[in-house]
Design a protein around this ligand. Structure first.
Ligand code: MG
Length: 366
């Protein structure tokens, strides 16, 4: 029987979130759920250490994993693992950092194999940077890089031996089980880790969550003497027919944004049958959509827009449209690109009946 202890009792304050970083989402799932999925196929039980504060939130996540349950964590990582070890039923136990959600089933399988073959299995990578021993800001020695490894998790052991190591360590604090095991049992065996199995520690480690979105909108020409594109007023012989202000470009971008965030389309949030949106400022609606995406933990990385219109001539307004979009989406000046062209007199655009806008947008973690 294989047991897994997932360390999730810390807050991960260095990541800068207001809550446990493992509750943050990646591709629509909490990070902790990614970790649990990776282990699900190979573990008979998963014990997730968690603080009292996070028990409800973590409990809700593990509900979909039948072999998982929570164990109250302690003041330190070691204390949490020790608490969990007391409840472990498996003969082999793997300890894993909850903050490594990209662990692969292969690494987990290799860890278990290593325990069976060598009595322990510690996931490690050869150092790529030169590492040094320093004191008071000065290098004391430079270990031979061939002999330097960075240690990840999972780390696997026979449960009885790991319990023994913790017993012998008493109050002494270790940063991981491999150093504890080395100090009190025997040198543990390394097996090759995986660069993707990185530990998410700092805010920049969370910028992996990229999501692309696409949006299209078309409005027909009707009455009026101007059109609005991205909030910029452009003189025109005819206006665009719309329930709102008819900003066809803002609508396409809003749909791309909502789509990237995994939300529903513009009509769901701002229905054109609702009198509240009669003549609505579409750039304001875009702002509301941005808030919805931000609430899901995203920010816009860049935007690419293509406008198809036979008239009016848009070239003189492109820079203003780009600036308006960049400002609305909190992007740097080159973050919003806008191209405009005609449709070579073909189709409804070519016949001057309306304008179509295509928008593509990339979101990333905040
Ligand atoms: Mg529209």
């Amino acid at each position: 029987m294989i047991s897994v202890i997932v360390c999730a009792a810390g807050r991960g304050a260095r990541a800068g979130f207001s809550r446990n970083k493992l509750l943050e989402e990646c591709n629509g799932l909490p990070l902790l759920a990614h970790t649990l999925s990776a282990f699900s196929g190979q573990a008979d039980e998963i014990l997730v250490t968690c603080s009292e504060e996070d028990e409800a939130a973590i409990g809700a996540i593990i509900r979909t994993f039948p072999h998982a349950r929570t164990v109250r964590g302690g003041a330190t990582r070691g204390e949490s693992v020790k608490n969990a070890l007391a409840a472990v039923r498996g003969e082999i136990v793997l300890v894993h950092d909850g903050a490594r959600p990209f662990v692969s089933p292969k690494v987990i399988g290799d860890c278990i194999e290593s325990v069976r073959a060598f009595g322990s299995g510690v996931c490690a990578l050869p150092a790529t940077d030169t590492t040094v021993i320093a004191r008071d800001g000065q290098i004391v020695s430079t270990p031979d890089r061939e002999e330097v490894f960075t240690v990840q998790t999972p780390q696997g052991f026979y449960t009885e031996e790991l319990r023994l190591a913790y017993e012998r360590a008493g109050e002494r604090v270790f940063t991981d089980e491999s150093s504890l095991f080395a100090a009190y049992v025997r040198p543990p065996r390394l097996f090759p880790g995986d660069r993707a199995n990185r530990k998410l520690t700092y805010p920049e480690d969370f910028r992996f969550a990229e999501r692309v979105g696409f949006g299209v909108d078309t409005h027909a020409f009707g009455e009026g003497d101007h059109i609005l594109l991205g909030g910029v007023k452009i003189p025109s012989e005819r206006g665009l027919i719309a329930h709102s202000d008819g900003d066809v470009l803002a609508h396409a971008v809003t749909d791309a944004l909502l789509s990237a965030a995994g939300l529903k389309d513009i009509g769901t949030y701002f229905p054109d049958t609702d009198p509240a949106y009669a003549g609505a400022d579409s750039m304001q609606l875009l702002g509301t959509a941005l808030t919805l995406a931000e609430e899901k933990g995203y920010r816009v990385k860049n935007l690419s827009v293509s406008v198809l219109a036979e008239t009016p001539r848009l070239a003189p307004y492109i820079d203003a449209i780009r600036a308006s979009l960049a400002s609305a989406l909190s992007l740097p000046p080159d973050g919003a690109a806008v191209a405009a062209g005609t449709n070579e007199k073909l189709g409804y655009v070519g016949e001057g009946k309306g304008i179509t806008v295509y928008a593509m947008l990339l979101l990333c973690g905040k």
